[in-house]
Design a protein. Structure first.
Length: 263
């Protein structure tokens, strides 16, 4: 479903709706949310800071998936989607700027990259992220993608990046086999690493892991965004099996009755 701000607020059927933004107005509002989260909250150093927006050259190639609050008439959740055809036009996936993905991209099948995922600080707690993931699963299934890929960010604690502590907390089944290992272009420097886990595993990474994502090797240090990024690969068949049982049942019933889609 593609909606403009006016359309999204004119006929609210439920408080939270998720759809692909198809207007410059909506995309700009999403970029403002990104700026508030990544620059103001996380301390990212953005070249677009003077505009109060977060955008880059990748944005014009992507689909922008937004969660819209019909009551307060604003975007409260977001992720951008870069599919294989769009990445081909761009010349790369965004993740390739941080990792060597040769081994992963040699897998047979189609890839969909997720990036810049964020939730308004006033809406954190589950509902927005659940709405976003439900729509994301539908988008991926309808597009017949085989793998979701992307970077999951972990911010530093007071003592630095808890690389070792984070990896110790990841179950062995979520660690990718050696033949899928990626190489970070900028590893986390030793002087920024610490053993003590002071920040914990962020909700987005927890969601990836819960649905069977594989963490593929050492993290990359993203200096501009003040975080370390883990590259994650999620086979869509695992996501569909695990996620649909919990969150897609209501959608599937509604879709059968009304013959409508959410994207």
């Amino acid at each position: 479903m593609k909606r403009t701000v006016a359309e999204a607020s004119a006929k609210p059927m439920k408080r939270l709706e998720c759809f692909i933004a198809d207007s410059e107005e909506l995309i700009r509002e999403a970029q403002k949310l990104r700026f508030r989260v990544f620059a103001k909250e996380m301390g990212a150093k953005l070249k677009t800071e003077s505009e109060g927006l977060d955008y880059d050259e990748v944005d014009s190639y992507c689909d922008h998936l937004v969660v819209f609050d019909n009551v307060n008439n604003k975007i409260v959740g977001y992720t951008r989607l870069l599919n294989q055809s769009q990445a081909s036009k761009l010349g790369r996936f965004y993740s390739e700027s941080e990792f060597n993905l040769d081994r992963v991209l040699n897998l047979p099948g189609r890839f969909l990259e997720i990036g810049r995922t964020c939730v308004d600080p006033d809406y954190r707690g589950g509902a927005v992220l659940t709405t976003l993931w439900s729509a994301l699963v539908q988008y991926a299934i309808e597009g017949q993608y085989n793998y979701l890929l992307g970077c999951a960010s972990v911010t530093p604690g007071p003592s630095g990046f808890a690389v070792d502590a984070v990896y110790k907390s990841i179950d062995e089944k979520n660690i990718a086999p050696a033949h899928l290992a990626v190489a970070p272009r900028t590893p986390v420097p030793n002087f920024l690493r610490c053993n003590r886990d002071e920040s914990g595993i962020p909700p987005l990474l927890k969601a990836y892991l819960r649905f069977g994502a594989l963490v593929c090797g050492e993290p990359c240090w993203d200096k501009d965004f003040n975080c370390m990024d883990l590259f994650v690969l999620l086979p869509l068949d695992q996501l569909q099996d695990r996620y649909s049982k919990h969150y897609m049942r209501d959608y599937l019933v509604a879709n059968e009755v009304q013959n409508t889609t959410a994207l």
